[in-house]
Write a protein that binds this ligand. Structure first.
Ligand SMILES: Cc1ncc(COP(=O)(O)O)c(C=O)c1O
Length: 578
């Protein structure tokens, strides 16, 4: 034993532990193959696992448990008392019985940089990395990188470390990284609102409206409080009357039909196309020809409800365009108002043969609705939405509807709603809008990578992008008849997935009153049973895409694979409105 070391007899040293000089160990345990640098102290009831590296001058106090394969840099300090005092209330020096040790756990494979301080009652997750000089005040997620004082989440680790036993989880959606990237600009936008006390309306909202109108290539964008309100206001401003029938698809988020009901109209469904998953123009045509009649005034009536059919809402779901030329032609022929639900399609483009040019989503109908829900391609840090239109009258009407029906303060031409976008969100959206083209291009590239990695798999149907569509891949949705097994498999591999959406709207309880039944819309019903959204967001890395694709391929080629066991929390987010 090295004569410079103080190692008490109660220390349990494993096989082949390598010790430098000037080490002080008592009452602790050290696992096999671990290396301990000079001037390290490890106190009683602390334990260090196998194959760890504890660098010089680190202090590991009572109550600290360090699992296997952990790296501790130089001068790392652990603590075990949140409120240390030298003396008791009576003034005597404290003894051991005067305080209770608070514990700290460092899970296997983690690394703690030099000079870090770890406060007690914390757990540093498996394979996590704590930056040098950080002060850890709360639990650190497995496979994450934290830094600073107090240590904050920076990102997940993409590549598993050499010592890692499990690869890093892949979230379904990463909303943290883009906000970190833009933190300075976003904070500035927030500060501007604080400095000017401009919270509702004003130049920031107007500026964003101008920018978003230019982005969508329309004359007007009216910012509102959500995509749902955008749809409702668009319907009302377009003159849809209480009791009118508005046509849409069963394969969409419920907000589409909620808005129809909120405008006091009645939804009726047309099934989607088997390839695009969006409104089928062929089925729209058969509906108009076979399920409607004209009354003596020439109004188009639904045979199902006897109500006048006045509008149709094609939804550009998942960022894929609905086939707009034939839809617009039919609408024209039958006198229907077209309102686009572009809530998932900021920047998507359609090649119109009628106009012989590419046209942006949100600029083709009489009006369109966008959502700025945080997970959308353009998302606020809260709620938001916009109505876009080339019709100045509709824009004016929506401006009134969103603001209590007033034309100027306290002059109300009608009753309206409180449906404005606040100016903090407008400022944030304006910052983000400048990055939307790039993010959309990145989404398209990531989707192309998935397409090529998953191409040869017969068990999977990949997203179909017709030649007339430039999708923006709000979601990357695959289709498989063995979806549950795939979800379980990806769950086990810590890969997040979603189902958009698990129950077609005509079969939702909320629409029992419409009296649809199973079998009414077979394509939407099959989709609901087979679709699965894989992780896709601008910041997902090549290696993450490869891992997802490999796991998908492994799952779909191993139908005999066992169902997962153990405590993996489900990562599937059925029906979330990302
Ligand atoms: C297709 C579709 N329509 C409408 C909405 C409603 O948007 P919001 O959540 O902003 O009200 C959403 C978003 O959730 C959507 O995905």
């Amino acid at each position: 034993m090295n004569p410079y070391n103080a190692i008490s007899e109660d220390v349990k040293l494993g096989q082949n532990v390598r010790l430098s000089k000037f080490i002080n160990l008592y009452g602790c345990e050290v696992g096999d193959e671990t290396k301990i640098g000079a001037f390290v102290e490890i106190q009683k009831n602390a334990s260090v696992g196998k194959s760890c590296k504890i660098s010089s001058h680190s202090f590991i106090c009572e109550g600290v448990v360090i699992e296997d394969n952990v790296f501790i840099g130089h001068g790392v300090t652990f603590t075990n008392d949140s409120y240390p005092r030298a003396t008791t209330a009576g003034g005597a020096l404290q003894t051991e019985s005067d305080w209770k040790v608070e514990r700290t756990l460092v899970r296997k494979g983690a690394s703690i940089g030099s000079g870090a301080t770890i406060l007690p009652n914390t757990c540093i997750g498996e394979n996590a990395i704590v930056g040098a000089g950080s002060v850890v005040t709360k639990d650190v997620l497995a496979n994450s990188v934290v830094a600073g004082n107090p240590a904050k989440f920076i990102r997940y680790i993409e590549e598993p470390t050499a010592t890692a036993s499990a690869p890093a989880p892949i979230p379904f959606l990463d909303l943290i990284t883009p906000h970190r990237e833009l933190e300075k600009e976003l904070s500035l936008a927030f500060r501007q609102s604080l400095d000017t006390a401009s919270f509702i309306g004003g130049p920031t909202v107007e500026g964003f409206e101008k920018d978003f109108a230019a982005f969508c290539e329309v004359d007007h964008s009216v910012a509102v409080s959500s995509g749902t309100d955008a749809l409702r206001f668009a319907l009302m401003a377009c003159g849809i009357q209480p009791g009118d029938v508005v046509l849409t698809v069963p394969n969409t988020f419920i907000a589409t039909t909620e808005a129809i009901s909120q405008a006091q109209a009645l939804p009726e469904f047309i099934d989607v196309d088997e390839q695009t998953y969006n409104l089928s123009p062929t089925l729209l045509q058969s509906y108009l020809e076979q399920q409607c009649v004209r009354d003596q005034d020439g109004r188009l009536l639904s045979l199902r409800s006897g109500r006048p059919v006045t509008a149709v809402i094609p939804v550009h779901l998942y960022g894929q365009m609905a086939d707009m030329d034939p839809i617009l032609d039919l609408a024209n022929e039958y006198g229907l108002t077209v309102i686009e639900d572009a809530c998932q399609a900021h920047g998507a483009q359609y090649f119109s043969k009628n106009q012989n040019r590419w046209i942006k989503a949100g600029s083709m109908g009489r009006a369109a609705a966008f959502s700025f829900y945080p997970g959308k391609n353009l998302g606020a840090c809260g709620e938001g939405g916009s109505v876009t239109t080339n019709d100045a009258g509709i824009a004016k009407q929506v401006r009134m509807l969103r603001d209590h029906g007033q034309t100027k303060k306290y002059y109300h031409d009608m009753e309206g709603y409180n449906g404005r976008l606040d100016s903090i969100q407008a400022g944030i959206l304006r910052v983000k809008l400048a990055h939307l083209e790039r993010w959309n291009a990145e989404r398209r590239e990531r989707a192309a990578t998935y397409n090529s990695l998953l191409a040869d798999n017969l068990a999977l149907q990949l997203p179909h992008e017709p030649s007339w569509s430039r999708a923006v891949y709000h979601l990357y949705v695959v289709r498989t008849t063995d979806r549950d097994a795939l979800i379980q498999y990806l769950n086990m591999a810590q890969i997040g997935t979603g189902i958009h959406y698990p129950i077609p709207l005509h079969l939702q309880k909320a629409y029992n009153f419409l009296n649809y039944t199973v079998g009414d819309f077979p394509v939407s019903e099959r989709l609901a049973a087979e679709i699965l959204s894989l992780p896709l967001f601008p910041h997902i890395s090549e290696s993450q895409l490869e891992r997802v694709a490999n796991e998908v391929l492994a799952s779909t080629s191993s139908s005999s694979r066992k169902a997962p066991e153990g405590p993996n929390a489900p990562l599937v987010s059925a029906g979330s409105t990302v």
